[in-house]
Design a protein around this ligand. Structure first.
Ligand SMILES: CC(C)(COP(=O)(O)OP(=O)(O)OC[C@H]1O[C@@H](n2cnc3c(N)ncnc32)[C@H](O)[C@@H]1OP(=O)(O)O)[C@@H](O)C(=O)NCCC(=O)NCCS
Length: 332
């Protein structure tokens, strides 16, 4: 009997309209366009403005678009998993709010917290429900409203992050396409280098914690950079090796968009040329769990059925990993 796999049958991204350029950041902190572009590759990022606009707005818009383009009825969705570190609120899960917004009445839903690797974690989990035959249609959302936890007085972080995300529909197939393999890692000893100091159970919000600006993302950039370069490159090379893939076999690398230099190092380690690397960091920055589905969405029209694609990410936790998939359809 042929193996049942989970295959992506549609992808949809969504970004807010407001564009925060490097030039505008120059008016907010001591930085400049040349430094930001040469050190990160980022030119602009999107910001979700307005009251009561949380990550669920990004996720819901993406899922609504996904349902429409794949002609899927919301009632047919079995499960929605939302990867995010900027949930609308600590509870309920943002995935629950998205499910309600899109009318996914028969679905259950939950959030995954794995920072920039969240989409990889969620995609791996979601695919298990399809492979076992338990579910027919699972939606994976990766979305973050990073502007809600970024200190726009901290030039080390505010230049990097932006808001946005996307969603994919997973369905079953017995063809030789879909999610082929996944390698995931976590190392909690990395927490001090990339985390939010207050607002959780360890240090609930107080006037003092707000005054000390502890409700923003803290990052020790150069330490994170070193871990990211090594681990994202290693895990991407490892999944190729494990599956007997040569650089020629790989059609696309879909790397987490944190820093162009980390992306280049990963592609080099894999032996994959720049023409095979999905990159949109210049227009969105780092949208945390949103980067991978946003890349797939931007490049969807170039993807062909059977393309070997490697997704790779590294992020807070530390968390990192890669997924090998074969693309499931030619875009219309
Ligand atoms: C944040 C990051 C872009 C900083 O780049 P970097 O090359 O490591 O820069 P450093 O932090 O070592 O700082 C170098 C110099 O630039 C300065 N600098 C830092 N931010 C700056 C900014 N926005 N504008 C201008 N100068 C800046 C520093 O103060 C430092 O100056 P000094 O040499 O006089 O002390 C980079 O470390 C990075 O991308 N880190 C990883 C991010 C990531 O992958 N996160 C994981 C997933 S979320």
């Amino acid at each position: 009997m042929k193996k049942t796999r989970a295959v992506i049958t549609g992808v949809q991204g969504w970004v807010p309209e407001y564009v925060l350029t490097n030039q505008e950041l120059e008016t907010m902190v001591d930085t400049n366009d040349e430094w930001i572009v040469s050190r990160t590759g980022i030119k602009e990022r999107r910001i979700l403005k307005g009251e009561n606009q949380g990550t669920s707005v990004i996720g819901s818009e993406a899922v609504k678009g996904l349902l429409k383009k794949t002609n899927t009825a919301p009632e047919d969705i079995d499960l929605i998993i939302c990867a995010t570190v900027t949930p609308d609120m600590p509870f309920p899960a943002t995935a629950n709010i998205i499910a309600d917004n899109v009318g996914a009445k028969n679905s259950w839903s939950f959030d995954v917290s794995a920072a920039c690797s969240g989409f990889l974690y969620a995609l791996t989990m979601g695919s298990q429900f399809i492979e076992t035959g338990m579910y027919k249609k699972v939606i994976i959302v990766g979305a973050d409203k990073m502007s809600s936890i970024i200190d726009y007085q901290d030039r080390a972080t505010c230049i990097i992050f932006g808001d946005g995300g996307g969603a994919v529909l997973l369905e079953s197939t017995t063809e030789e396409v879909g999610i082929m393999d996944s390698i995931l890692h976590a190392d909690g000893s990395g927490a001090p280098f990339l985390h939010m100091k207050a607002g959780g159970s360890r240090k609930p919000a107080t006037h003092e914690s707000v005054d000390a600006r502890e409700h923003f993302a803290f990052q020790e950039g150069s330490t994170v950079f070193k871990f990211a370069v090594t681990n994202m490159a290693e895990v991407s090379a490892k999944i190729m090796e494990k599956n007997g893939l040569t650089p020629d076999d790989v059609a696309w690398l879909v790397p987490h968009q944190a820093n162009k230099r980390i992306i280049d190092a990963t592609a080099n380690r894999m032996g994959v040329g720049p023409e095979k690397v999905m990159m949109n960091i210049e227009k969105y920055g780092n949208t945390t769990a949103g980067t991978l589905p946003l890349c797939l969405w931007d490049y969807e029209s170039q993807l062909k059925k059977g393309d070997n694609i490697i997704l790779a990410a590294f992020g807070g936790g530390f968390t990192w990993g890669s997924i090998y998939l074969k693309w499931g359809y030619d875009s219309k």
